[in-house]
Design a protein around this ligand. Sequence first.
Ligand code: 5AD
Length: 346
Amino acid sequence: MIDLVDKLVKYKDLSEEEFLYLLDNQNDFSEKLFKESRKITNKYFKNKIFVRGLLEISNICKNNCYYCGIRRDNKNVKRYRMSKENILKSVQFASDLGFKTFVLQGGEDPYFTDEILVDIIKNIKKISPNSAITLSIGEREYNSYKILKESGADRFLLRHEAASNELYKKLHPEEMSLSNRKKSLKYLKELKYQTGAGFMVGAPYQENKDLVKDLKFLKNLNPEMIGIGPFISQHDTVFSKEKNGSVDLTIYLLSILRIMFPNANLPATTALATLSENGRVRGIEVGANVFMPNISPDFAKENYNLYDNKLYTNMECAENLETLKSNFKKIGYEIVMDKGDFVQVD
Ligand code: 5AD
């Protein structure tokens, strides 16, 4: 019988039953899986890690996701919204450090109209003409995504969160729907954004069969970027008493994703680093090739608390880039400041 890992390497996909078996039997497959995903990472990225400057532009959100610390109903959040001037100042600071990708992430804050964003995007491109701008600001209309793209946005991160309808409903209030989420992702792909999807690992009620749905959904969407990280409970949310996701399972899934999407950009996320001291390095060792240092001002870093104990000091900060570079160098990796566009292969 052909080994499931060999099959995954060959076809970059498996049937739902096979994926479920792979997830249910981590101990049997992890060693070989990690070996293969390392080989693939090395082939496509060598030892390079791309960095993106992450700017948390607003923690005001009209949504009420049960897991998220900046959900609308959380009255204990000190809400903030960065001004255009502050956003541009942060971008200038990161650009001076050599960053060539800026990720503008925030809650779904109605203040950020197309007009306001277009002005910000154009000004960022003036500061750093050859940079890539990534937006991560939630669901919008087709026309809005189009206007933003035409004004200079290059990439868009919108995690699908859960590809199983039942699970999606357990994680989100009535007014949100998986079909809207999928519609937005379809628009982003149509508009030729480098598109990122992704999900939390170990979210409440999530089972391996749900993760199988996530893998199949991603295969079908074929995103250029995939962000996954463990669920971490936040004390003021509906899920305050739920247990955190597993670092091991996150690593296992990163390895599967690297094999399924050899050249996709896969970040080693802050959530992974928050839950385990060596989480980030382990992620990188099995296939993550992106790291997103925080370039936000302190007031933003301190209040963009999607989950408890979110890291925002030391290695998370752009100011410590040199230390970061030397730390990675010690373990054989090179931090590169290139734009790090998705490159189509085969
Ligand atoms: N734990 C882990 N990740 C979370 N996110 C939101 N809340 C949490 C949490 N409690 C993730 C979501 C979102 C991304 C920006 O952060 O997947 O898409």
